[in-house]
Write a protein that binds this ligand. Sequence first.
Ligand code: BG6
Length: 482
Amino acid sequence: MNYQKKTKKILWGGATASSQYEGGYQLGGKGLDTQDCRPYLKRTSDATTSTRLLTQSVIDQAKQVEGIGNYPFRMGSDGVDHIEEDIALLKELGIEIYRFSISWARLYPRGDEEQPNEEGIRFYDAIFEKVHQAGMKIFLTMTHYAVPLYLVEHYGGWTNRKLITFYLRFAKTVFEHWGKYVDYYLPFNEINAGYFSPYNGVALVKPENGPYDQSLVFQSLHHQFVASAQVIKLGHEMCPGSQFGCMVACFCYYPLTARPEDNLKAVRDEQIHQWFAVDILANGHYPSYMDRFFRENDIHIQMEPEDEQLLRDYTSDFVSFSYYSSSIATTQETGEQTAGNLVVSTKNPYLNASEWGWQIDPIGLRIMLNKMYDRTQKPVFISENGFGARDVLEVDGSIHDPYRIEYLKQHFEQIEQAIDDGVDVLGYIMWGVIDIVSAGSCEMEKRYGVVYVDADNNGNGTYKRYKKDSFGWYKQFIEEHA
Ligand code: BG6
């Protein structure tokens, strides 16, 4: 057989996010943001994440605490004190693209100011310049969950349409100052997180007693969709040639059985959980299946007359997603439940899982790449993937993480397969390339990096950096594929 494999050179990268990495939560006039108020809660076995508990009384308590206390995001990985060293490590690693985010509250401490905070500008000037000098391309997440707390307490977060104006002001500052450095922009991290994790995704505070109001959740999401379209419009005007993406957390649903009901559930779960955001942001319209979902759940959102046109005219240039594990859909109440990124799912008997219950499924990545490309026909960036595990720092400073190497190897093989399938893959970005605080559980112990940061869940440690075995492995892989 004369089979010719299709190959393509893609970008290999690594990522961090400001709130999980930087620390310096009050440095240079930074305002308090939503992530600074999330306490570390000891992990329980029921897979709940601490964001689900973020009520106003939890925030009020956080505001009383001066210093780091029990609030790990205030310290992150102490990036502010290690920026030069970390960028040098990333350069040594050889990544071609670095994904990081800007703290909105460092640039606009309250969020509604007319002018940005000059110290915040200088803080990021230094980072952009160093990353650029190190020869890496930049994939900028404009907001990765953290929203200035003032906007939450005085405007109601993204429920308020005024946030679009404030966000555009923030975006304009970013384009003016650092547009020349950025290759790929992401207006919002995992935009569908607003549905599963409203505090993280749309800065919505949980009512003290009872669930979130779904109309508020989807109203907030609508404002983010419109903001994304407007940012793309402004970005293309101010930074010609720049590429704007959209991003969702992907779950890859499999039906538990061949029962048609389970199959229908898998289709429906994927529509509501991930495709609806992709259909709006990449394909330019609210999909019809959302109409039924809104009717069935008594969800009402208000749109302005110009919104439809904006969404149609300013769609993303590329699509991207985070992928960690796959999920199971079933209408039957059966089976053991397990955790995953943002969602809890029925356990898949054919897959192993991490200590945190996230099921390891490299083939799911190939499936998601195919589905995403089939649906949008736009180039695809894997903007997040990696293995969260407990690593052990040996007395000689080494960290042996064969499980992470194996995870990466298997996922990279599936990317190669997807390229051969015909998917237009742009690049792969390893999540938490330097250990950072976990977004779901506020822990340090759940590590993704190829660089180890010496700190524990309570913020004890030297914050010194150590290379794990996976550092050498990823470095060599990039050298061979660059
Ligand atoms: C994604 C987020 O949901 O998953 C990241 O964009 C997060 O911020 C990552 O860190 C992994 O999740 P966790 O909960 O293990 O940190």
